[in-house]
Design a binder for this molecule. Structure first.
Ligand code: HEM
Length: 365
């Protein structure tokens, strides 16, 4: 009978509309994002047992805690790798296109999780955080597996590349942000390793620049423009297949869009309006509990660390694109991006080290 129901074995080898073999790689990013908070919880459980002083096999537990933290930092990178391979498919199916969009979104899981936590805290936790988080990523995975995987689409109907002018303005605005604020802000964070007094003194000085009556609204406007234009450019560019370097530019941009909105929400709405506090050292480092030992604050480690890494390497990805349009050899431009991203990772490590209690004084007489 041609209309007979599929056997149990056939059913179990399919997930949604896709064969299990095809579906599994596509849903790795949303499932990685789904388990991200559980990795942080496992890290916290390890640290709590170590702090109690009664942990069995403390060396093993310390190694496990380090491994879990690395895993939390690697989760967005796994999503990025998936976006790399999906971006290279010349004629993707609708399922693959959606899987790529979901993978790019999963890159932004750390700032999304911080934003969710802050909002639920302000709203006095009406719903358990993990329920909302799981529902969102399950829905994203569902969107992928129930999409058409048979018909391939060379490019999305009506999707034209964005105007070159907008890319130029996006770049100029980034340059403005870097000069007015970001270079000072990150230089300020590099002084975490020098302790609270130095950090606060530097902050007092740099605030004289970006907290000026004219500059602060301009800075916020530039950031909002950056997010809006960036999301628009990313959706336009995503309509075409691309190499890993372009995918990196888009993935880091998606992270930053979520990061900037979430971070401004934390600073302006949560810190200054809701708590009415000075958003200085204590606010940034989650004092008095600190970043590492607190169950909530631990989410700030991947959030801030990757924030620094992605903002610097996204700027480098923009510079690489400018180099290519001005005839610089691709091999050189690619090496420039790889070198800059490595330096950005080093800088992010130094900032995180200082934020988590590491001090330069260890090395001083
Ligand atoms: C380790 C990483 C970071 C930490 C710990 C951090 C922390 C902070 C703190 C404490 C403030 C309040 C500053 C003040 O009151 O004067 C702030 C403001 C801000 N941060 Fe960050 N930040 C980090 C990275 C970034 C990055 C990468 C960006 C941009 C992509 C960014 C964008 C902003 C913006 C727009 C403000 C508001 C500035 C204003 O007051 O006008 N931050 N951040």
């Amino acid at each position: 009978m041609s209309e007979s129901r599929p056997s149990g074995a056939l059913l179990s080898s399919r997930i949604g509309g896709l064969a299990a073999r095809t579906a599994l790689p596509l849903v790795v990013p949303p499932f990685a994002a789904l388990v991200y908070p559980l990795i942080l919880e496992a890290f916290h459980a390890c640290v709590t047992s170590l702090m109690s002083g009664h942990a069995a096999a403390p060396a093993l537990r310390t190694a496990l805690a380090v491994l879990l933290l690395i895993l939390a930092l690697a989760m967005p990178m796994l999503a990025l790798l998936s976006a790399f391979s999906l971006g290279e498919i010349q004629e993707p199916s609708l399922a693959q296109r959606r899987a790529r969009a979901v993978a790019l979104l999963a890159v932004a899981a750390p700032p999304m999780f911080v934003f969710l936590g802050v909002e639920l805290y302000i709203l006095k936790d009406p719903v358990p955080e993990l329920w909302l988080w799981a529902a969102f990523w399950l829905a994203a995975a569902g969107l992928v597996v129930f999409s058409d995987s048979k018909t391939t689409i060379a490019s999305l109907p009506g999707a034209k590349p964005a105007r070159a002018g907008l890319r130029v303005v996006h770049g100029l605005s980034a340059l403005g942000i870097l000069v007015i604020f970001l270079a000072l802000h990150l230089a300020n964070h590099l002084t975490f390793v020098a302790g609270p007094e130095v950090y606060r003194a530097v902050m007092k000085t740099v605030r004289r620049v970006y907290r000026q009556e004219v500059l602060q609204p301009l800075l916020i406007a530039l950031f909002l423009f950056q997010v809006g234009s960036g999301v628009y450019l990313a959706t336009r560019a995503s309509a075409q297949p691309m190499d890993r370097f372009r995918s990196f530019q888009i993935g880091s941009g998606v992270f930053l869009a979520a990061y900037v909105l979430g971070h401004m929400n934390s600073v302006f709405v949560f810190g200054r309006l809701y708590l009415g506090i000075d958003t200085d050292w204590s606010f940034a480092t989650g004092a008095p509990a600190g970043l590492i030992k607190d169950a909530w604050n631990i989410r700030l480690v991947p959030h801030y660390g990757l924030g620094v890494f992605f903002v610097l390497s996204h700027l480098a990805a923009g510079a690489r694109a400018v180099m290519l349009t001005h005839g610089v050899r691709k091999a050189y431009a690619d090496r420039f991006l790889i070198g800059s991203a490595t330096a950005a990772a080093g800088l992010a490590f130094v900032i995180l080290f200082g934020m988590s209690g590491g001090r330069l004084s260890f090395a001083l007489p």
